[in-house]
Design a protein around this ligand. Structure first.
Ligand code: ARG
Length: 465
């Protein structure tokens, strides 16, 4: 004899079940504790869906009105914090639908016509991510503006450029900062590109196969500001490529901020002494009274790890899934939310930090003078006078060794001593061996000459406006 279904806690799908869900299973499968963050996007998607349903005659005008009024009240409750989220209702979608039904009666129950939570959640995540991308893009622009201001002030401030963390050649601090501007330009371009693939509508795909109702997907796309619809229903409900792409773009942003952090931390160490970070970005030590630690850059560097982890988590989440929707996909949200929050916070902190950075130009200059930073300029000088580059390299290497033994810079050696390494050296060498001479000679596009840096800043300002 067929067992009669027992009364359960009233889940939307409980009609065919014979026993209530185990408490741990309920907690384990529920997502409302985190996906409630999607509430306003869920409402936005539902309103567009309802409007389309009414336009094609699947929902009466009065039902549409009731849904709109009900959703208005729900939105107020969500925003004010009064909404009563229930784990029994599993996720954000069913919580909102149940509340709507309390407000709007049968109209609320009709809203789910021609859709499924599978296309609904995919739509919500895309709406969330589109909004997040727009906010991150704005913050990148702000950070770039702050970088440009600082770079302008220091377009001619000389510092050592490093390779292998050894003094290599003089550069300007402005030039160094503009390197980060360029990284952020690529970050912004990647996000804008990713946004185009985020901005497509899954709704209408229903559970996986589409729907037999005469829906108008393009209309819903238009109402929600999407550029178009996802073209295959199976792909639409199961695709999370857009989330992965976004996470990869986020991981690259964090990579850039982490590299910058590493530099700020080094530069702030008394061994370098190039910069001082404003107190508001640092903390002291509870035991060593003299300490001022660059906590913010250190934490940005540290948080880069979790963003990388989220990317790997999402890849792993997707790699084994057969088409179409699987419950696994519920796990896409927490890493995505955390990536958005972390990236936004770090960019915001970095924007502020640019205004709280004091440069010790004297220390930078002294460090550039200490490391034979203009040795390459001497070699280039000899080449320009006809010496093959390899021979010039050799002559300069010997001159450096000599200066080292004398405990001075190349530019401190008397002309007669320099001439011992090559007869081609004349009095005009001293203009070449100075830090400014070295900088000014690199005036091509992309070079570190102050005039080239100022030109780069000007181009950047034009690109940002
Ligand atoms: N909470 C679910 C998620 O985030 C919504 C979709 C559930 N669909 C389903 N058939 N169980 O993915």
């Amino acid at each position: 004899m067929q067992e009669k279904p027992v009364a359960t806690t009233g889940e939307a799908w409980s009609g065919r079940f014979n026993e209530p869900v185990d408490e741990l299973v309920k907690r384990f499968t529920a997502s409302v504790t985190f996906d409630r963050r999607l509430a306003l996007f869920d409402i936005q998607g539902s309103l567009a869906h309802a409007q389309m349903l009414s336009e094609v005659g699947l929902l009466s005008a009065s039902d549409l009105d009731s849904i709109r009024l009900g959703m208005e009240r729900i939105r107020d409750e969500v925003v004010s914090g009064a909404f009563n989220w229930s784990v029994d209702l599993e996720d954000v979608h069913m919580n909102i639908e149940r509340r709507l039904t309390e407000f709007a009666g049968d109209a609320g129950k009709r809203l789910h016509t021609a859709r499924s939570r599978n296309d609904q959640v995919a739509t919500d995540v895309r709406l969330f991510l589109r909004d997040a991308i727009d906010r991150i893009l704005q913050q990148i622009r702000q950070f770039q503006r702050a970088l440009l201001n600082l770079a302008e002030t220091h377009a001619a401030t000389v510092m050592p450029g490093f390779t292998h963390l050894q003094v290599a050649q003089p550069v300007t601090f402005g030039h160094h900062l503009m390197a980060y501007y360029e990284m952020l330009q690529r970050d912004a371009a990647r996000l804008s590109d990713c946004r185009r693939r985020v901005n497509r509508l899954p709704l209408g795909s229903a559970a996986l196969a589409g729907t037999s109702y005469p829906i108008r997907r393009e209309r819903v796309a238009e109402l929600l500001g999407f550029d178009g619809v996802c073209e295959n229903s199976l792909d639409a409900v199961s695709d999370r490529d857009f989330a992965l792409e976004f996470s990869a773009a986020g991981a690259l942003i964090m990579t850039h901020l982490s590299r910058f952090s590493e530099e700020l931390i080094l530069w702030m160490s008394p061994r370098y002494g190039f910069i001082v970070l404003a107190d508001r970005f640092c903390t002291g030590s509870s035991i060593m009274p003299q300490k001022k630690n660059p906590d913010v850059p250190e934490l940005v560097r540290g948080k880069t790890g979790r963003v990388f982890g989220h990317l790997m988590g999402l890849f792993t989440l997707m790699k084994g899934q057969p088409l179409a929707y699987n419950k696994d996909n519920q796990e896409d949200k927490e890493p995505l939310f955390d990536t958005v929050d972390t990236v936004l916070d770090c960019l915001t902190l970095y924007t502020d930090m640019m205004g709280g950075l004091t440069v010790n130009a004297e220390k930078m200059r002294a460090a550039a003078r200490e490391g034979f930073a203009t040795a390459t300029d001497l070699a280039d000088y000899l080449v320009k006078k006809g010496l093959p580059f390899r021979d010039a390299h050799e002559a300069v290497a010997r001159a450096v060794r000599h200066a080292e033994s004398r405990g001075c810079d190349l530019s401190d050696l008397p002309l007669a001593e320099l001439q011992a390494f090559s007869a081609l050296i004349e009095a005009d060498i001293f203009a070449v061996l100075t830090l400014e001479g070295s900088l000014n000679s690199r005036a091509h596009i992309g070079g570190t000459a102050p005039e080239a840096v100022r030109a780069a800043i000007q181009r950047a300002r034009a690109a940002l406006s």
